[in-house]
Design a protein around this ligand. Structure first.
Ligand SMILES: [Cu+2]
Length: 157
């Protein structure tokens, strides 16, 4: 093709970038094994979410909890959670109305909560974590958004 002077260089730069990006993508997918989220996400009809998911706290093994939370404007249900000597907490969340954001302040637990889907996130609780942790909604969800918060109280013996 009739490329001239600097044009030839820039076509080469762009082509090289495309090759590098594709190689990085292939490396991440097949060598590192990174996968996009999804695939086995549980679906739930928002009208039936409360009956099907049964929000609450369950200790499935010593220190291992499953916490099911349903969000709606402008509250988490349940919003006041007590965990005794937690090691690992698996949160399963869904929303009844609009998108909410479940964030435990001061931790890396931060997940978007969509109506119709059950979001899952596992928190490996640090040994020194104790006391009250604030839970906020970090997706703007309407007029009362700033009042949408909860508390996770961690008790250690
Ligand atoms: Cu919100």
């Amino acid at each position: 093709m009739p490329f001239h002077g600097e044009e030839r260089i820039w076509v080469g730069v762009v082509a090289a970038m495309a090759v590098i990006f594709l190689a990085a993508l292939a490396y991440a997918a097949w060598v590192v094994g990174l996968q996009v989220p999804g695939g086995d996400v549980q679906l739930v009809e928002p009208q039936k979410a409360l009956q099907e998911l049964k929000p609450g706290v369950r200790e499935i093994a010593p220190g291992r909890y499953e916490v099911i939370i349903v969000a709606r404007m402008w509250q988490w249900f349940p919003s006041n959670i007590t965990l005794v000597n937690p090691v690992e907490v698996k949160f399963r969340l869904t929303a009844l109305d609009v998108i909410h954001g479940f964030h435990i302040v001061g931790t890396n637990v931060n997940v978007m909560v969509f109506p119709g889907y059950v979001a899952e996130i596992t928190w490996r609780v640090p040994q020194d974590a104790k006391g009250k942790y604030l839970v906020v909604c970090n997706e703007y969800c309407g007029l009362g958004h700033q009042n949408m918060y909860g508390v996770i109280n961690i008790i250690r013996y």
